[in-house]
Write a protein that binds this ligand. Structure first.
Ligand code: AMP
Length: 194
């Protein structure tokens, strides 16, 4: 059983690589961004709150986000057997600490954190392209700038956090989707005791 956190700046390719990794390793893919976008589309109470943050490029507050993830995990009874790839969670240190506790409650743990490391000037181009192709409302220049600032302030310290935990595995995430996927797969296959 394998639990992976995929970590990186907005536009680093977390969603794309997570889908492929989920298929290759038989993992449940949990994307908190997707969970929130579904709520926004269904106009639920959570969706209305989430939209007010996402449209400004801000993070949903930790206490709410942690509850959302806990309820996703509770509704996925197979997660404990299959293993999970967490895409977009954690995004702050309190979220990482909460995830650790949640995993411990399920007698489990995060095995590895895959850090997608991309040159900053590529990120804006990738996200603007995605905005055109997928119509994601938060992929416009102003919101992207805010999301990158939030990433640097609140999310990037997780790299040091997971290095200290001995779990961080940095991957060069420049280049083609196939090449990046091959690099990640090699790193996962080389993990001891899986
Ligand atoms: P993503 O699809 O992962 O890029 O997420 C899109 C947006 O959803 C982010 O810019 C945040 O506003 C919000 N979001 C997703 N995951 C989280 C999280 N773990 N904590 C706070 N906000 C989140």
């Amino acid at each position: 059983m394998l639990n992976i956190v995929i970590f990186g700046a907005p536009g680093s390719g977390k969603g794309t690589q997570s889908e492929r990794l989920a298929a290759r390793y038989g993992l449940l893919h949990i994307s908190t961004g997707e969970v929130l976008r579904e709520h926004i589309a269904r106009r639920t109470k959570l969706g209305i709150i989430a939209d007010s943050y996402i449209s400004k490029g801000q993070l949903i507050p930790d206490d709410l986000m942690i509850k959302v993830l806990a309820s996703v995990l509770d509704n996925e009874p197979t997660a404990a057997q299959s293993g999970v790839i967490f895409d977009g969670f954690p995004r702050t240190i309190p979220q990482a600490k909460a995830l650790k506790l949640m995993m411990e409650e399920h007698n489990s743990k995060v095995h590895v954190v895959i850090g997608l490391e991309v040159d900053e000037n590529c990120l804006m181009q990738r996200m603007l392209l995605r905005g055109q192709q997928e119509g994601r409302a938060d992929d416009n220049e102003e919101t992207i700038k805010q999301r990158l600032a939030v990433y640097h302030q609140q999310t990037s310290p997780l790299r040091e956090y997971y290095i200290a935990e001995g779990k961080y595995c940095g991957i060069d995430a420049n280049g083609s989707i196939d090449d990046i996927f091959a690099r990640i797969s090699r790193a996962i296959d080389a993990l001891p005791n899986l």
